[in-house]
Every structure is written in C-alpha cells, then in structure tokens.
Ligand binder design. Structure first.
Ligand code: PLP
Length: 404
C-alpha cells in the first residue's frame, strides 16, 4: 500500500480497532511537523493552533530541542532518582531562578504535579501539628487533572461522573473573592488556583483576585498553590501566569510546555515546605529523568535565546486583536473574545456548535481546541510567526463566513 491516503485510512482503522476508545480522534494521523505547522500521513498541511493542548512551546522539530534530546539519548536516558543526573540538577536550578521558588520535585505529567502539591500541603500541616487543616478551596469550572486527588480539585462535574466519592474540596465561583473569604476557616490547608482557567474556557482571573487570594492565605495561615500547568513556561507572555499580577504562590505546578512535548511536570515550593515530604514519603521512577530534563533545559534556554516571552506578548496581542476584529464582523457567531498572551479564545454564540466548528476548521487546515462549553481555544506554539497568525485568522474568518 503506497498511496498516502490509503496508508492513513488503514492507520485510522487500526487505531479505532486497537486503541482504548476513551478519546475521539478524527480520521487523520499526524506524521510530522515544523514550527507551528503539522502534516498528516496523507500529506495535508495544518496550522497548529492547538500545540498538543498548549504543550509544544517551541513548535515541532525545533533544532535546539531535537539536538538536546538526540545528544542526551547518546549519553544516558534514565537513572531514576536513586542518583542525581546532570541535566536534572541544572534544570532544577534554572527553574528555581525563573520562578523565585527554592525546591523542585519532578513528575511526568500535570496531574502528577498537582497530586504532589496536594500531598505536600497535606503532609506539611500534618507534620507541623495542624492535622485538622485538610480542606482545599478550589474553583468552579477549574481543571487540575485526572488522578483522584487532582480530579477532586477539578471544578467541572463532567470529569468526575462515576468516579466518586472523592476527597473533600470546596469549590467556589472563580473570581469571587467574597465567596473565598466566606469559605475560609482554620481547617483550610490551601487555595488552588489557575491564573487563567484554561480547560474551563480560557478565563483570565479578574484584576485583583489573585492578590486577594494571597492576602486571604496569609491572613489564615493557608498556602497558595498556583496551577501553572497551562499558563506557565511563557504561554501568557510572562514566565508564569501569576507574574501578570505580581503574586507569588507558595507552591507551583508546571507541566505541558516545560518539556516542549517530552513528558515532564514539576512541583515547586518554598524552602519552608522542604521538610514536608521526607525520603520515602513521595516519589516516582521516571520523574526528572535525564532525557526529559535535557528537553526542558533546551526549552528554557531557547525561550531566553529567542526572546520568546517578549514575542509571545506581542504575538498574543496580534492574535487577540485579530479575533476581536473578526468578532466585530461576525457578532452573531462570536459572543466574546478573551485570553492572555498566546492563550486566546473566541467564545461562540449559542447558534454555533463548537465541535462542528472545530471540525470545519480542521478540514480547512487549522487545528484549534474547544475549551469549556463554547470557547474555541487558540494556543499556538510560542514560535508561531506573525504570518501564520494572520493566515490562521483568515482561515477562521473564511470558515465562519461559510465560504469553506
Ligand atoms: N492543570 C491544568 C491547568 C491543565 O490545563 C491540565 C491539563 O490540561 C492539567 C492540570 C493536567 O495535566 P496533564 O494532562 O498533563 O495530566
């Protein structure tokens, strides 16, 4: 079988036959990429404004990432945390410098990073003689992952159905500082917050909200956990999403963009929490292995050398402006636009089915995701070019106008 379209069709058939059917992949198979472009096995080109769910910070096949992974693979891939490895120690140092945190625990995914945050705060209060501090305050519409702890913190019922009972987490409306204050009491261990709710529909925290959470935590002796899994590593135009508000958390979760697509997550914390998880209390075989750490170091170095933070802020504004312009021409189809940096959304009106729109855009060569009930999320690689942003906007408008 040599016809690429036939090869693709056969792969799709086997994917549907052998893979566990918990996802709903469309009938295409991604073959390769370059920067913010992807090609499927049949040779069709896509503008990737999806980036593997806001992951591929350096886009696809970035030479610095490819080199780092290839070179590391010829030295050592994995040794476990029984030993230090060079890349991991270097990465921990760079991450602490960039975030102002003191300690890093490495995981393999976002949900594992959140799990580590939750276990850290729980054990911290247990070890410091306040075992009654068990409760976590999180937010309606939030997403924190799919392990049972992270799922308990997630504030969207659709992810939890059939998995209860889950650990007790109090959910309050996002952005409502009054509701948080009312929910606070001496049994609260932590507030867990996304600076922009990503999966919930790309909702930036309202002005002053994160600062108020910091104040409430300080007042009550609770800890502030920032879930920066989607917003971190430059996605919003600053290294952390919290940096827009100048608010420092006590604990931070990172993943997604950190490895540029190589699986790695991290829980970072202040020195005061470094005794909460002593040897044996928490760990993972793969976390922070040499290959993943080399990839993450390459991502962080490239963000600096290519000045991607500054560019992300400017490109984010270009994308946001373009989406707002389209909205002004199609007010019936798009009810609002929102976002920060290269995490932007066009919120579709009730007349437009978001999944159908996503699928039409895909047919037209533009990959985006649906976030929340009705937001089309645009989260391209940080290396996306101005021309590619303009092209994506044109495709979006063409599809909206029904011309495609
Ligand atoms: N937290 C946030 C804010 C996320 O956006 C996600 C994933 O979308 C997660 C946690 C879970 O990360 P992972 O899918 O790597 O487990």
């Amino acid at each position: 079988m040599t016809n690429p379209a036939d090869v693709q069709a056969a792969l799709v058939e086997n994917g549907r036959r052998y893979l566990y059917p918990n996802y709903r992949q469309p009938a295409l198979v991604i073959d390769r990429g370059e920067g913010a472009l992807l090609w499927d096995v049949a040779g069709k080109r896509y503008l990737d404004f999806f980036a593997g769910i806001a992951v591929s910070a350096l886009g696809h096949a970035h030479p610095a990432l490819a080199r780092a992974v290839a070179e590391q693979a010829t030295r050592v891939v994995h040794v476990s945390n029984y030993f230090f490895n060079t890349q991991n120690v270097r990465l921990a140092e760079v991450l602490c410098r960039k975030t102002g945190m003191d300690r890093v625990f490495f995981s393999n995914s976002g949900t594992e990073a959140i799990e580590a945050c939750l276990k850290l705060v729980r054990r911290h209060f247990w070890a410091s003689g306040q075992p009654e501090r068990l409760r976590v305050i999180a937010f309606e519409n939030s997403f924190h992952g799919r392990t049972l702890g992270a799922l308990a913190a997630t504030g969207q019922g659709k992810y939890k159905e059939g998995f209860g009972p889950l650990p007790n987490v109090t959910h309050v409306p996002y952005g409502d500082a009054r509701a948080v204050a009312d929910a606070m009491s001496a049994d609260v261990a932590a507030i867990l917050v996304e600076p922009v709710q990503g999966e919930g529909g790309v909702l930036p925290a309202p002005p002053g909200f994160l600062r108020e959470l910091r104040r409430l935590c300080d007042e009550q002796g609770a800890l502030l956990i920032a879930d920066e899994i989607q917003t971190g590593i430059g996605r919003t135009g600053t290294f952390l999403g919290m940096d827009h508000d100048g608010v420092k958390a006590d604990v931070i979760a990172l993943a997604k963009g950190l490895g540029g697509g190589i699986p790695i997550g991290a829980m970072l914390c202040r020195e005061a929490l470094s005794g909460a998880l002593p040897p044996g209390s928490h760990g993972t075989t793969f976390g922070g292995n040499a290959l993943a750490s080399a990839a993450a170091l390459a991502v962080l170095e490239t963000i600096d050398s290519e000045r991607l933070l500054e560019q992300t802020a400017a490109k984010g504004e270009r994308l946001a402006r373009g989406l707002a312009d389209i909205r002004s021409r199609y007010p019936k189809a798009i009810s609002s636009c929102r976002g920060r940096g290269l995490l932007q959304a066009a919120v579709l009106s009730a007349e437009v089915d978001p999944r159908q729109m996503m699928s039409k855009l895909q047919d037209a060569g533009l990959l985006v995701t649906v976030a929340g009930a009705s937001a089309l999320r645009f989260s391209p690689p940080l290396v996306v070019s101005d021309a590619q942003i303009d092209e994506a906007l044109q495709v979006f408008e063409r599809v909206l106008s029904g011309a495609v």
